[in-house]
Design a protein around this ligand. Structure first.
Ligand code: MRU
Length: 343
């Protein structure tokens, strides 16, 4: 079965530690929201939908571990936990969406124990919906994938970035399950190598053909006609279709346009932020300098070099041929299409 990196186990959250992959499969056991916040910050769990699910369980854990003796005190504790969880990673839309949804479920309850149960039930539901949604998204994406296709993808928008099955890789999985001959080109995705470490790992695990390239090889590969389509995930999509995704996505979109290769974004509707008119309003997370100045724990740049490390870039909507969601496909003009899908 395709890996599912998040599991609820009676009173604790089990997470597959993605910082240890592909070398070893280590499962963490978390019992409070502080541990969940740490796991998100340090990217033991990562990918916009996956951190949303983890955040929801963070609220459930806060509810279970709170010493509050009445509902108001519990809700105050949960609000504080929500603030801490949402602050961990600002760019992905799904984190605040899932945390607020779980908090709201607790707030709607009538009593203390009911609120605790409601928070956990909501987190379980968000996790289940994510997997079901990714399967639906994969089916919608089928119409964009030829019978034989080479698909270029960036970062990891797979089972590991979600509760399971994946978004961009959900389309790949659906195509493979439909009997199509799919080859995936995986960009390594510096600085944290989500492509090399995670996408390659989960594709090989599922027996899906793939080959790894360095990020800077994407241009010549597209120039040589060596990819039929590009499919990436998304961390936040503005109302006009501008899409924040892993740093390095934007140059691939420009190159795809230059060489006539369709560029698609796959994401659940929970990634769409209709409150932002355009990508200009998307907050781009700046990550620690040592992620760039080191590689696999070894320093590769001089000690005193200045570093900038934006974790995401924004691809303008006009470079995107379609946005595939669990409710259908949005095409240009995205404003109307996304409004309809999120209604
Ligand atoms: O920094 P990460 O690894 O959490 O970033 C995740 C991405 O940007 C992925 O590429 C993905 O498209 C979004 S999650 C399906």
């Amino acid at each position: 079965m395709t890996i599912e990196p998040i599991a609820w186990d009676s009173d604790r959250l089990r997470l597959l530690d993605q910082t240890r992959l592909p070398v070893e499969e280590v499962w963490l056991e978390l019992t409070n929201h502080h541990e969940v916040a740490e796991a998100i910050t340090s990217m033991r769990v990562r990918g916009a939908p996956a951190i949303g699910v983890a955040g929801a369980y963070g609220i459930a854990l806060a509810a279970l571990s709170s010493a509050a003796s009445d509902l108001d005190a519990l809700i105050a504790d949960l609000r504080s936990a929500a603030g801490q969880l949402i602050a961990t990673r600002p760019t992905g839309a799904n984190l605040s969406w899932a945390v607020k949804r779980t908090l709201a479920a607790a707030q709607a309850a009538d009593g203390l124990e009911e609120a605790r149960r409601a928070a956990l039930n909501e987190a379980l539901l968000i996790q289940r919906e994510d997997i079901e949604g990714n399967r639906a998204l994969g089916q919608y994406g089928l119409e964009l994938v030829p019978e034989r296709a080479t698909v270029l993808t960036h970062c990891n928008a797979g089972a590991l970035a979600t509760a399971g099955y994946g978004t961009a890789l959900g389309i790949v999985r659906a195509a493979v399950e439909a009997g199509r001959q799919i080859n995936v080109v995986v960009t390594e995705t510096r600085p944290l190598s989500q492509g090399a470490r995670l996408t390659a790992w989960e594709l090989l695990r599922d027996g899906i053909a793939c080959r790894l390239i360095v990020d800077s090889a994407a241009g010549s590969l597209l120039q040589q006609g060596d990819a039929d389509l590009v499919v990436v995930g998304a961390d936040r999509i503005a109302a006009n279709g501008d899409t924040a995704n892993k740093i390095g996505t934007y140059p691939i979109a420009v190159l795809a346009r230059e060489h006539g290769v369709p560029f698609y974004v796959a994401a659940p509707t929970s990634t769409i932020d209709m409150s932002l008119r355009s990508g200009d309003g998307i907050v781009i997370e700046e990550r620690p300098a040592d992620e760039v100045s080191s590689s696999a724990g070894r320093r590769i740049a001089p000690e005193d070099v200045q570093v900038s490390n934006p974790a995401f870039d924004v691809t303008p909507h006009d470079l995107i041929a379609a946005i595939i969601t669990e409710r259908g496909i949005a095409r240009q003009p995205f404003v109307d299409a996304l409004r309809n899908l999120t209604r």
